[in-house]
Design a protein around this ligand. Structure first.
Ligand SMILES: Cc1cc2nc3c(=O)[nH]c(=O)nc-3n(C[C@H](O)[C@H](O)[C@H](O)COP(=O)(O)O)c2cc1C
Length: 345
C-alpha cells in the first residue's frame, strides 16, 4: 500500500489534537501512519505571502514521524488542486488525503467535509482535480453518507478506485449520527469487498482487542483509530503485541507521566509555550485519571503556563507515587469515561 503495511493501524486525523507532537508519540508506539489536522484549501490555495504561524503549524512534520498524509478540506476543485500542488512542493508529506467526513456544523454549513457526500458529482470532481494535481498518492476519508437515506460511500469508493487513489478510510457512520450510535459493520464489510483499493475501517474502536476484532469483522485492509488513541497512545504497541501473541503490559504511572512530559516538550517545539502547556490540560485529563491524587494535579495545572513548571509538577507527583509505591491505575478512581465525550467542535 505504498509505504503502509497490510494490515495497517493508523492514527485518525483529529483537528486540534493530532499535531506533530502527538503524532510523534503515536509513531513511537508503532502507529503505521498518520494524517495532519485538516488544512483549509481556501486559505492555502489562495495564500500569497507567508502563512500565519498558527496555520503553518498544521503543516509541520517532525523528523521522527513515519508515513504522514496531509489532509485537505474544501469543495472548490481548483483551490483543492492548487493546495495539493503547494503541499506536494513542500516535499514533506507521503500522501494527500481529502476530508469528506467532517460533520462539524461550521464545516458542513459551508458545504465542506461530510456535506460533499450529498453532492457526489462535485465530490468526484474534487477528487479528480486533486489526483491530477499531485504525483503523491491520494487518499479519501469519508463517512457512509449524509444520512440513512443518502448512502453515497459506495459511489465515491468506486470513483476513488477508478481514479487510482491509494486507499480510503471510511468512518462507519453517517453525518447525522455524528460521533455516536452504532457503527455499521455490515456496510463497511460490503464496501471493503466492493473495490480493489485498500479500505481502512474507522469508528468506535476502544482498545487494541477491539481494533483487531473490527479488522476481522469488516475484512478491511487496516483500522484507523481516533479518540481511543488520545486516551491510550500505546494502543498501537498493544496491537502489535497482541498480533505477536505477546502479553499487553499495564501502563503504570511512570510511563504515563513521562509520556506527558515528552509530549509537552515536543509541543513546545512547534507552538508558543503558553499554548502548548495550556493544551496539556486536555492530554493530562485523559492520561492521569485512575492514579492516586490525580485530581489535585489536574487542578494545580490551571496555574501553570510554562514547560519547566509543568515538568516540575509532574515529576514531583511521580516521585510521591514512587515513594508510596503506588504506581497502578485504580479502576475505582477512573471516572466512567466514554469516547463520545470527545467530539469535534
Ligand atoms: C476532536 C476530533 C477532531 C476531528 N478532526 C478531524 C479532521 O480534522 N479530519 C478528519 O477527517 N476527521 C476528523 N475527526 C474524525 C476522526 O478522524 C474519526 O473519523 C472519528 O473520530 C471516528 O473515529 P474514532 O471513533 O476512532 O474516534 C475528528 C474527530 C474528533 C473527535
Amino acid at each position: 500500500m505504498d509505504g503502509l503495511p497490510n494490515p495497517c493501524f493508523v492514527l485518525a486525523p483529529m483537528d486540534g489534537m493530532t499535531h506533530a507532537s502527538f503524532r510523534t508519540i503515536c509513531f513511537e508506539y508503532g502507529a503505521d501512519g498518520a494524517t495532519t489536522e485538516m488544512i483549509q484549501s481556501l486559505a492555502l490555495g489562495r495564500a500569497k505571502k507567508r502563512l500565519s504561524a498558527a496555520f503553518a503549524e498544521t503543516m509541520i512534520r517532525y523528523p521522527d514521524e513515519g508515513n504522514l498524509a496531509a489532509q485537505l478540506i474544501g469543495r472548490n476543485p481548483a483551490m483543492m488542486a492548487e493546495s495539493a500542488r503547494r503541499l506536494t512542493a513542500m516535499e514533506r508529506f507521503d500522501a494527500i488525503d481529502i476530508n469528506m467526513g467532517c460533520p462539524a456544523r461550521k464545516v458542513v454549513g459551508s458545504g465542506n467535509g461530510a456535506a460533499l457526500m450529498k453532492e457526489p458529482e462535485l465530490a468526484i470532481e474534487v477528487m479528480r482535480a486533486v489526483r491530477e494535481a499531485t504525483v503523491l498518492p491520494v487518499r479519501l476519508k469519508m463517512r457512509l453518507g449524509w444520512d440513512a437515506e443518502h448512502i453515497t460511500a459506495p459511489q465515491l469508493a468506486r470513483a476513488a478506485d477508478e481514479l487510482g487513489f491509494q486507499s480510503i478510510v471510511v468512518h462507519g457512520r453517517t453525518r447525522t449520527q455524528m460521533y455516536s450510535g452504532d457503527v455499521n459493520v455490515e456496510a463497511l464489510r460490503e464496501l471493503c469487498a466492493s473495490v480493489r483499493i485498500p479500505v481502512l475501517a474507522n469508528g468506535g474502536v476502544t482498545c487494541a482487542e477491539d481494533a483487531l476484532a473490527f479488522l476481522e469483522k469488516t475484512g478491511a485492509a487496516g483500522v484507523s483509530i481516533g479518540r481511543a488513541a488520545l486516551k491510550q497512545p500505546w494502543v498501537f504497541d498493544d496491537i502489535r503485541r497482541l498480533r505477536a501473541g505477546e502479553a499487553v503490559p499495564k501502563r503504570l504511572a511512570p510511563e504515563r507521566v513521562r509520556l506527558l512530559i515528552r509530549l509537552a516538550t515536543l509541543a513546545c517545539g512547534h507552538r508558543p509555550e503558553k499554548v502548548a502547556i495550556s493544551e496539556m490540560r486536555k492530554f493530562s485529563g485523559w492520561l492521569l485519571p485512575g492514579l492516586t491524587g490525580y485530581r489535585e494535579v489536574l487542578l494545580a495545572l490551571n496555574g501553570i503556563a510554562d514547560l519547566e513548571g509543568y515538568r516540575r509538577l509532574l515529576e514531583g507527583y511521580l516521585n510521591g507515587l514512587e515513594r508510596a509505591n503506588d504506581l497502578e491505575v485504580h479502576p475505582e478512581l477512573t471516572p466512567e469515561a466514554s469516547l463520545d465525550t470527545v467530539r469535534q467542535r
